[in-house]
Design a protein around this ligand. Structure first.
Ligand code: APR
Length: 237
C-alpha cells in the first residue's frame, strides 16, 4: 500500500457541498456566469475594488452556509489512518473554501489562498475574515483602511507554497487528483511532474480532465461516492 500520498483537489470535491465549480461542461460553471478577467485579477481589483469585493462576499456567504461532504471526510480519515501507520498524506487544494479543514484534514496547503482570510496590501498581515469585506475596512494590524483584499491568488499571481508542494511531490509514492479539470497551471502540471518522479497516478473525477491521459488509473463518478470507496479500498489493502 502507498505510504506517502499526495492528493490534489479542485472545485469538484466541493460541488456536492453546494459550492460552484468553474468550468463544468453544462455551462453553469462560475466562469460561464462571471467574467474572471473582471473579478479575479489584480488589475480588476485596482480598477473596481467594490465589484471584486462584492463577488467574494457572495462566495464567502455561500461557503458559510455549506458543509463538508463525504469526500472531504474520507480524506481526513485517510490522513489519520496513514499517520497511524507511519505514513502521511499531503493534501494540496486549489480550493479557497475551508471544507477540508472543517472535515478534519490537518496537513493542508491552500495553493490558491483562503476565502475566509483577508490580507493587508500595506503591511502584509493576513487575518481570518469570515464576514463581508469592504474597501473602507481598516487593517487590525496597521490600522490603515483601503488596503485589505481577499487572501486568494488571482489570475496572473503566483500560487502559494510552491516549494512545499514540490518537496511533498518528490517524497510521495502516489499522486491522486480529485475533482479538477486540469485546465489551470501550475496545478495541472503536477501529474506530469509526479510521473517524472516515478509516482503512480490516479484521477478521481466526474468526467475526464484535460490531462486525463497522464493518469495510470481513472475512476469516474461523484466525489462523495468515488472518494470514500477509494479510501476504503486503500485502507483495507
Ligand atoms: N464530483 C467529482 N468531480 C466533479 C463533481 C463531483 N460532484 N462535479 C464536477 N466535478 C469535476 C468536473 O468534471 C471538473 O473536472 O470537477 C472539475 C471542476 O473543474 P473546474 O471547475 O475547472 O475547477 P478546478 O479544476 O478546481 O479549477 C482550477 O481554476 O479558476 C481557477 O482558481 C480557480 O482553483 C480554480 C482553478
Amino acid at each position: 500500500m502507498a505510504n506517502s500520498i499526495f492528493v490534489l483537489t479542485g472545485a469538484g470535491i466541493s460541488a456536492e457541498s453546494g459550492l460552484g465549480t468553474f468550468r463544468d461542461k453544462d455551462g453553469q460553471g462560475i466562469w460561464a456566469r462571471f467574467d474572471p478577467m473582471k473579478l479575479a485579477t489584480p488589475e480588476a481589483f485596482a480598477r473596481d475594488p467594490e465589484r471584486v469585493l462584492a463577488f467574494y462576499d457572495l462566495r464567502r456567504r455561500n461557503l458559510l452556509n455549506a458543509q463538508p461532504n463525504a469526500a472531504h471526510r474520507a480524506l481526513a480519515r485517510l490522513e489519520q489512518a496513514l499517520f497511524g501507520r507511519g505514513g502521511h498524506l499531503t493534501l494540496v487544494t486549489q480550493n479557497i473554501d475551508d471544507l477540508h479543514e472543517r472535515a478534519g484534514s490537518r496537513r493542508l496547503i491552500h495553493m490558491h489562498g483562503e476565502l475566509l482570510k483577508a490580507r493587508c496590501q500595506r503591511c502584509g498581515a493576513v487575518r481570518l475574515w469570515p464576514e463581508d469585506l469592504s474597501a473602507a475596512d481598516a487593517c487590525a494590524d496597521c490600522g490603515r483602511a483601503g488596503g485589505l483584499r481577499p487572501h486568494v491568488v488571482w489570475f496572473g499571481e503566483t500560487p502559494m507554497r510552491m516549494d512545499d508542494i514540490d518537496r511533498a511531490l518528490r517524497n510521495a509514492d502516489l499522486f491522486v487528483a480529485i475533482g479538477t479539470s486540469g485546465a489551470v497551471y501550475p496545478a495541472a502540471g503536477f501529474v506530469a511532474e509526479a510521473r517524472a518522479y516515478g509516482l503512480r497516478t490516479c484521477e478521481l473525477n466526474l468526467e475526464a480532465a484535460d490531462n486525463a491521459d497522464l493518469f495510470d488509473e481513472r475512476r469516474y463518478g461523484p466525489a462523495s461516492q468515488t472518494v470514500p470507496a477509494w479510501v476504503d479500498e486503500l485502507l483495507s489493502a
